[in-house]
Ligand binder design. Structure first.
Ligand code: PMP
Length: 444
């Protein structure tokens, strides 16, 4: 190992100790605790553009972007000003307001759904969409894919990805993947392998008539990045022949892979779409939407109950409106994100090769995972494939990057997210750090 000197972490360590005394594991969302990579989680004091500054005053080049929302970089003036403007008029009304209408009009126009309902997180969006699917079809069962993560509603914590893939003792866990989820709930969730069209067809032939919905990540981020094959996408669309609703969980991919999300990029035709992250521009917003005939089952129009004290919150709506408007006004953004991330992918690959470290890269647009595995790029296609990664090697590489000022996603089984604030200087700095971090690992 080279003698790269890590930045001081005394303030983060002190905050982490205090946090552990008052919060389970010291964090409010598990992956932030760095359990799978070790070391001190950095407590963040501020964020600007492509950078985070921690409590010790060290600046890090950020590849998490708050796990997706900050597609235009942190602390975007347009978002800050929109929130500050909204703030003058009160923080929550518990009654409808114009901003909810404006954001709903923008989302329906951009995505092609007829109706949208706002909630406060991605978890609420998928949970509500599934209740709607059950209410609309009168069926009980749902189907998800191994290693896909759709938030933490009980019935979805079954063979789930994201933090659950690195929870100690839970790697490759059988259903359910969390304590506290009754088997009876888990039994209503069928699980199939992502990118296995034959398995999906077979399951649908047997159980399709009982299935309210099939929910899927159109490009997976939560097992690391997995790219769907055209055959798998075709099989997904066949589920509708059984009267089963197809739910695209675009919480991560929505407004990230294109203005119309993965649905636009891949030409999908889901019955319902779920959003989160970017739709709230860094404030707590989720949403679900679809055709009027399905969405009108939602109360008060229909019999499927779903509500929220802070749903459509004016500050959150203002941040969402400012973000989506900025995306619309930055026409070359998606091409720039794609070009940056393509260069990042090839730079990482050649740095790893030079150092003799086996790495297999999956990438779509500005989502990327470099799996520590000796297989060709693009051949990690399923949860089972992803789980073969050398997580110890990843952890060492992650620490090597962090010590050099690059804040990568602290788990092998996550995507990184590039933002519009990442430019040439950031790309060069990242690849320099990556070369050194791979060299430490590979010994050449
Ligand atoms: N679905 C997907 C695809 C996600 O990536 C996430 C969060 N990473 C969720 C749902 C849950 O969203 P939230 O964390 O806002 O509840």
């Amino acid at each position: 190992m080279s003698a790269v000197q890590s930045a001081p972490t005394a303030q983060s360590e002190a905050l982490f100790a205090r946090a552990r005394a008052v919060t389970p594991g010291g964090v409010n969302s598990p992956v932030r605790a760095f359990r799978s990579v070790g070391g001190t989680p950095r407590f963040i004091a501020s964020a600007q553009g492509a950078y985070l500054t921690d409590a010790d005053g060290t600046r890090y080049l950020d590849y998490i972007g708050s796990w997706g929302p900050m597609i235009l970089g942190h602390n975007l003036p347009a978002v800050r000003e929109a929130v500050a403007d909204a703030l003058q008029f009160g923080t929550s009304f518990g009654a409808p307001g114009e901003r909810e209408v404006l954001l709903a009009e923008q989302v329906t126009r951009l995505t092609g759904v007829d109706r949208v309902r706002f909630v406060s997180s991605g978890t609420e969006a998928t949970m509500s969409a599934l209740r709607l699917a059950r209410g609309a079809t009168g069926r009980k069962f749902i189907l998800k894919f191994r290693g896909n993560y759709h938030g933490h509603a009980d019935g979805l914590l079954v063979e789930a990805g994201s933090g659950l893939m690195t929870n100690e003792g839970h790697l490759g866990a059988a259903a359910p993947s969390s304590a506290g989820v009754p088997e009876e709930y888990a039994r209503l969730t069928l699980v199939s392998e992502y990118n296995d069209p034959q398995a999906l067809d077979a399951l649908m032939a047997e159980r399709g008539h009982e299935l309210a919905a099939v929910i899927f990540e159109p490009v997976v981020g939560n097992a690391g990045v997995l790219v769907p094959t055209p055959e798998f996408l075709a099989a997904l669309h066949r589920v509708r022949e059984h009267g089963t609703l197809l739910i695209a969980d675009e919480v991560m991919t929505g407004f990230r892979l294109s203005l119309r999300g993965a649905t636009g990029l891949l030409g999908l035709q889901p019955d319902l779409i779920c959003w989160g992250k970017i739709i709230g521009g860094g404030l707590p917003v989720g949403a679900y939407g679809g055709r009027a005939d399905v969405m009108d089952f939602v109360s008060p129009q229909g019999p499927v109950y779903q509500a929220g004290t802070l749903s459509g919150n004016p500050l959150a709506m203002a941040a969402g409106l400012a973000t989506l408007t900025a995306l619309e006004n930055t026409p070359d953004l998606y091409a720039r994100l794609d070009a940056y991330t393509a260069q990042l992918a090839s730079g990482l690959k050649s740095a790893a090769q030079t150092a003799g470290v086996p790495v297999s890269v999956n990438r779509v647009g500005s989502m990327l995972t470099a799996f520590h595995q000796d297989v060709p790029d693009g051949s990690v296609r399923t949860y089972t494939d992803a789980a073969r990664s050398d997580t110890a090697a990843f952890a060492r590489w992650f620490q090597g990057m962090l010590a050099r000022g690059v804040y990568w996603a602290p788990s092998q089984f996550e995507s990184i997210f590039v933002s519009g604030a990442h430019g040439d200087a950031e790309l060069n700095a990242t690849l320099e750090a990556a070369q050194a971090a791979y060299r430490d690992l590979g010994g050449r």
